[in-house]
Write a protein that binds this ligand. Structure first.
Ligand code: GTP
Ligand code: MG
Length: 197
């Protein structure tokens, strides 16, 4: 699998609009503004692939990207915890996200993207517990590491590792930065592992 040839496929507002549930998929989840779309762009070395924004709530649909290997895809999920939308819209997102996570058979693993300065929010914790319960492999990207001094970033990683030590679903915990590209190679290797299994 080469990530450089990733292409945008489709934006799905609902589960019914997703590509056929075959092959292998890895989805990127996390708080709004955590850096999911930026991480996808760093991994695919294509800054124009997934839309990023300073305004939280940019990614509102489930976006699918195809890779060069047939039926292998990466998925950019809408961020959770975005406060500035109406209650109804929020419920809607969570419902669609829930449907996707619960029903998608081809989902091989979840990449949970969190800002290294604000790790493991309540919602992140819920996602970890959901993966544990559903036996779905989890990779954690502690991103925006370039915003901290290395010592501080290291401490944050130790703190995250300690809080997650009892979760067997956590297969990878990476210090990451879409800006400096730290962690990108390790992340690619882990994704290949999941998608080719
Ligand atoms: P939603 O689609 O709203 O859920 O957000 P998202 O998680 O996709 O975040 P996005 O990738 O759009 O990034 C949000 C903001 O953080 C943008 O201004 C990015 O430029 C910035 N950002 C993302 N990753 C990094 C990083 O590794 N380092 C730094 N310094 N900034 C980053
Ligand atoms: Mg996004």
């Amino acid at each position: 699998i080469s990530f450089n040839s990733a292409r945008f496929m489709v934006s799905a507002p609902r589960l019914e609009d997703c590509p056929p549930d075959t092959g292998a998929e890895v989805a990127f989840a996390g708080r709004s503004n955590a850096g999911k779309s930026s991480a996808l762009n760093a991994i695919t070395a294509n800054s124009k692939l997934a839309r990023t924004s300073k305004t939280p709530g940019r990614t509102r649909l489930i976006n699918f990207f195809s890779l060069n290997r047939e039926n292998a895809r990466l998925v950019d999920l809408p961020g959770y915890g975005y406060a500035k939308v109406s209650r109804d819209m929020k419920d809607d997102w969570q419902k669609h996200l829930g449907h996707y996570l619960n029903d998608r058979r081809c989902l091989r693993g979840l990449v949970l993207v969190m800002d290294i300065r604000h790790p493991l929010t309540d919602f992140d914790q819920m996602m970890v517990e959901w993966c544990e319960h559903n036996k779905l492999p989890l990779m954690i990207l502690a991103t925006k590491a370039d915003k901290l001094k290395f010592g501080q970033a290291k401490n944050s990683m130790l703190d995250i590792a300690r809080r997650l030590e009892n979760f067997t679903c956590v297969q990878h915990l990476l210090m990451f930065s879409s800006t400096s590209k730290r962690g990108v190679d390790e992340c690619r290797a882990a994704l290949i592992d999941w998608l080719e299994a």
